[in-house]
Design a protein. Structure first.
Length: 369
């Protein structure tokens, strides 16, 4: 069986790493190449700290194709990806085109494959924020509706698809991000010196991330978020923020002074991010992936959005939706706490194995056109 994995952004590198690792294990166990994976990197994230380091650290082999698309408007970027992915699909003729998450790379990969009558498998299907102003929401909805096989991380995701009339090919497999959280947490144990190098003490800082376009492209919202981080720092708790390149660029255009207690870092590697997450007093983020990672590691989270795809984390009390107003951020931080009970909604840590077994079982009927 040949699968073609389309990746392009940090969350996809992490998800694809879980799949790639299990492919290697299954091939080694069988003594033959049961599954061949072709990796296509669209180049959506092209900053060295946001891309190359993840391939190295997550043990993802070198991409077979690097399309080098780079940054552009949504339409231009997706169009360039479509054209280039289509050419690769025609050359490779895989049994399945596998897409991950909800980026423009996800959308382009799904559309390119389905138009060539190649079966599409969507890893992390069924998520919904119900906010159509988010480009990620559009990407995930369209990808789900053209996919042949939909791998859902939670039972709620399965129900979301059923409500939209999608029931065929839907599988609850657990979350491949949870696979990674367990696997790479062991690696993070060997990097505890990171805190010492950054002069940080466990439990004595808040870890923040800001990258979503709805926040970074709106100067007023972005200013309000960083004013909120300033107010958190004024309480005496240091705020540490590995800054996304797009956020850094937008922030430089604002007439905003960060408090001494707000500490800006360059983007960090995935394993270093785990170290920072696990040792934080709490996390402040607009990232869906970081919300979950905070939950995996039992760290309270404040989310810089009005809604989330990961409602389980909110309903269980580990995640507080703050929005982007400075005062609301400060109040949410004051509410953030460890509720005590922790329920695992995300599987047993082998979602990737289930994904691959299902694909193998569907190999002979992959193209149903």
């Amino acid at each position: 069986m040949k699968i073609l994995s389309v990746v392009g952004a940090r969350p996809q590198f992490i998800k694809a790493a879980a799949i790639s690792r299990r492919i290697r294990q299954m091939n080694e166990e069988s003594g033959k190449e049961r599954i061949r994976e072709v990796v296509v990197h669209t180049g959506q994230h092209y900053d060295e700290n946001m891309s190359r380091v993840f391939f190295d650290e997550l043990e993802i082999r070198e991409a077979d194709y690097n399309l080098g698309v780079g940054s552009a408007s949504h339409g231009a970027q997706t169009g360039r990806m479509l054209e280039k992915i289509e050419a690769v699909l025609k050359e490779e003729e895989p049994d399945f085109g596998v897409v991950y998450g909800d980026t423009n790379s996800t959308l382009a990969g799904a559309l390119a494959a389905v138009k060539l009558h190649i079966a599409v498998a969507h890893v992390e299907a069924g998520l919904r924020s119900f906010n159509r102003r988010m480009p990620e929401e559009i990407n995930r909805v369209v990808a789900d509706h053209v996919s042949d096989i939909l791998f859902c991380p939670t039972e709620r995701a399965v129900q979301n698809l059923i409500r939209e009339g999608i029931s065929s090919g839907v599988h609850w497999v657990g979350d491949v991000m949870y696979d990674c959280a367990l696997y790479y947490a062991k690696k993070a144990e060997g990097r505890k010196d990171l805190l010492a190098r950054l002069s940080l003490s466990p439990g004595e800082y808040a870890l923040a991330t800001v990258h979503r376009a709805e926040n970074t492209e709106d100067p007023q919202r972005l200013a309000s978020i960083f004013q909120g981080l300033n107010r958190v720092a004024e309480t005496g708790l240091q705020v540490v923020i590995p800054l996304h390149p797009r956020t850094r660029e937008r922030l430089s255009g604002l007439n905003l002074r960060l408090r001494e207690g707000v500490r800006v870092l360059v983007p960090v590697s995935y394993v270093d991010m785990i170290v920072l997450e696990k040792s934080a007093n709490f996390v402040i983020t607009d990232s869906g992936g970081v919300q979950k990672e905070a939950y995996f590691y039992k760290v309270p989270c404040v989310t810089l959005r009005e809604e989330t795809e990961w409602l389980e984390t909110v309903q269980s009390g580990w995640n507080v939706l703050a929005g982007t107003e400075a005062d609301a951020i400060l109040q949410a931080v004051k509410k953030a706490h460890k509720p005590g009970d922790w329920v695992n909604y995300y599987g047993d840590g082998d979602a990737a194995g289930r994904v691959l077994e299902i694909l193998l079982s569907r190999e002979k009927t992959a193209c149903a056109y």
